[in-house]
Design a protein around this ligand. Sequence first.
Ligand code: ADP
Length: 621
Amino acid sequence: MKNFIKTNISTDSLALLLVQAPVALSMLMGDEFVIQVANPQMLQLWGKQPEIIGSKLMDALPELEGQAFIDILNIVKATGNIYKGYKEKCYLVRNGHTEECYFDFIYAPIYSDDKSEIIGISVVATEVTDQVQTEKKLTETEYKFENLIRNSDYAVAIYKGEDFIIDLANDKMLKTWGKDDSIIGKRIEEGIPELVGQAFLGLLKQVYESGETYSAKEDRADLVVDGKLQTYYYNFSYQPLKNHNDEVYAIANVAVDVTEAVLTKQRLQENEAKYKNLADSLPIIIWTADKEGNIDYYNKKWYDYTGFEGIDSREAATHKILHPDDIERATQVWQRSKENKSAYEIEYQFKDGQTEDSYKWFLGRAVPIKDTNDEIIQWIGTCTDINEFKQFQQQKDNFLGIASHELKTPLTSLKLYSQYLEKNLRKQDDQKNADVAMKMDDQINKLTGLVNDLLDVTKIQNGKILLNKSNFNFDVLVTEIITEQQMSTSHRIYLEAENIGEIYGDRHRISQVMSNLISNAIKYSPDSDKIKITTKLTEEGCVLFSVKDYGIGIPEDKKDKVFEQYYRVSGSMEHTFPGLGLGLYISSEIIKRSGGRIFVNSIEGKGSDFCFEIPKKHKSN
Ligand code: ADP
């Protein structure tokens, strides 16, 4: 100032300098800081009018009361030390409102001419409110962003700069890496050295350079966790973070550990491969189908046998492979199983893929797999080649057919001879030998019965058992059969009969069934002495014939089996009760063909009640 004065600079020039200076300037003089000078910028900064010039600072800006400025001014005045304030907060009343403002300012002492005392303070100030607020907002955003990352459900990390410094990694990410937060601030290859040599660093570089996000699914990463290198799988992304110049300055890494899911999938695939191999190595055809029955899998044997490719629909496959005679039956069996949600078993012939027009017998089986609500989820089926077995069965049936037929003629002659012999011996009054001849005749009758059974079975199998129906008196037939059976047994046969009268059916075959049931009742009740026969008319107009014995009975699980071909009493009693296991099979076929049903009620050890029911008037004429 001295120099200015010395060089005689005009007060106007000084005033102009004050007015044009790009900063706010003021001079506060005396102990009360009277505003001696304040340029327009300072007035605007304070939000006050020029009238305040000449007033004490505290009068002009009473809002400074309680703020630090007056104290600082006093210190500067007292010490002579310049005070520089940066981004200091100040509450000012501007335009009638109290505002929070920020300033950079300098308080410097103004000395008296002789420099002996400090007579005032010069103030230079710049308002930085906007800058401070922007910085504040930025910090807040960063804080929020960091918070977001820390609390994220995903593992998140931020790698800064080209060196990929781990700037931030939430707990989940640290846990995923098996590291602690000491790796923050380190380069990735320093913090997670095992990643060197894996694809990730290259990918990060690529993202940094291209500015394009990279994401991957179920990617493998080998990480040292708990001191040992372990394999993990992640769904992850590398997303570039860009500044306002669109330059990448960091990469955000979001990762989800899907190791469990991937391992489960791998295990499932391994299991699937194992079971596929197992299924392929079996000598039977295996298939699976969805709940509707649409086939979705065949094992190798199917393709080997049929020569087919791919998977046809059930209908297409049925028509391509099944013998035309079996299609309808097979379709019905399948439909019934589907409706009843039950397993099925069927024998049918498959076209041989190797030789055109030749068929092989297969045993087809299928079981529905159900959920806890008893709903079908899947069908599993097998087809077993039983061709050889069927051929043996056929050979056996043929043999039995021929053998029984061949036996029939000599047996007939034998019977005639034995009867002739008995008659002659009786004439010669040789009773002893006549009795032997009579016993011989009995045995021949038994043998004839067995041969007839075998012949009947052959007839049934060839579909040649034909019923010779006529009207006949049922009650008479029952009495005849009982009389005949009573003659050859010590069991007492009781009859409880309703009057049935005439019925329409095959008299001979029905008598055969009655005899069979009664002779079985006698045979299988050796420790009892009575048999009870009941006949009655049912409400449905059927004739019911039942034979009740008090013998060995039949175990519950064998009740249906007794009507099967060759089913015989088993175990220790096998030899006690001779037989071929054909009588009930033949009887059931006869009753079925007569339009009726045959069944048994029995308690093991207590006795059995074999019954058949046939329509009284199957066909009237
Ligand atoms: P077979 O008597 O020649 O063995 P069947 O076909 O007549 O053949 O009978 C088949 C099987 O049924 C017999 O082996 C026996 O186990 C059983 N069975 C038949 N009738 C009776 C009965 N009244 N009581 C107990 N079991 C019987």
